[in-house]
Write a protein that binds this ligand. Structure first.
Ligand SMILES: [Mg+2]
Length: 225
């Protein structure tokens, strides 16, 4: 057996991709066009920092950069606005269980500005949180994918010391595939997301495999094992 863990990206991988308008989200939260525009600009700047310097950010930092504060109720509105766009792919419970039945550990590594508690709320809502052995959210570390330190943190979280014994699954050829390959992992691409051009770099990793749907991972990993 030569695979110990499978680590998944979140958005566009464990959740089917949705193209959303960030301004619409912030407008729903603040009810104010000017504030929404300031928050959108601060969020765009945070994602550029992630793309170009692989530095992470948090919702709190975005609020500070926009020189705005939100009430607890507005923050709740922000997170629940995403509820329709964050549902877990229906294949995930069966997939995670099947991986665990094979003795593999299941991990998550997400570039995200959200705190862990919101991600765990979503995973619990969709009844998969108990199937995750370790998760790293970039909001909790200084780096984002593709920085090798982000991948190292995820491997740590699932107790893997040899990256060659871990598989990464993601929807982005730079953040996920280039990053995982450079970190010494095997990489599987699930190519259904419409990645905004502003979030791409022209640098693309070469995946070890491409799958059409999440459950196609099982025969692939069985072959590797
Ligand atoms: Mg993704």
């Amino acid at each position: 057996m030569n695979v110990d863990a499978v680590v998944f990206d979140w958005g566009g991988t464990l959740t089917p991709w949705h193209t959303i308008d960030p301004h619409e989200c912030w407008l729903a939260v603040t009810g104010d066009e000017v504030h929404a525009a300031a928050l959108r600009a601060a969020e765009d700047a945070a994602w550029l920092l992630s793309r170009d310097e692989h530095r992470s950010a948090t919702v709190e930092q975005i609020l500070a950069d926009a020189a705005l504060t939100l009430t607890d109720e507005q923050l709740r509105t922000y997170y629940t606005w995403w509820d329709d766009h964050s549902y877990t792919d229906p294949q995930v419970p069966q997939l995670f269980q099947a991986l665990r039945d094979r003795g593999l550990r299941v991990g998550v590594l997400s570039n995200t500005i959200w705190p862990r508690i919101e991600h765990e709320r979503i995973f619990s809502r969709d009844e998969v949180n108990h199937l995750i052995d370790g998760a790293v959210y970039s909001s909790e570390i200084p780096w984002t994918k593709p920085d090798p330190r982000a991948f190292a943190a995820a491997l740590d979280a699932v107790g893997v010391t040899d990256p060659g014994r871990a598989v990464f699954v993601g929807d982005r050829l730079f953040d996920d595939i280039f990053g995982a390959k450079r970190a010494g992992m095997r990489a599987v691409h699930i190519p259904h997301s419409v990645i905004p051009t502003a979030q791409t770099t022209g640098v693309e990793g070469q995946p070890d495999a491409v799958i059409d749907q999440l459950l196609d991972l099982l025969p692939l990993i069985d072959g590797w094992m």
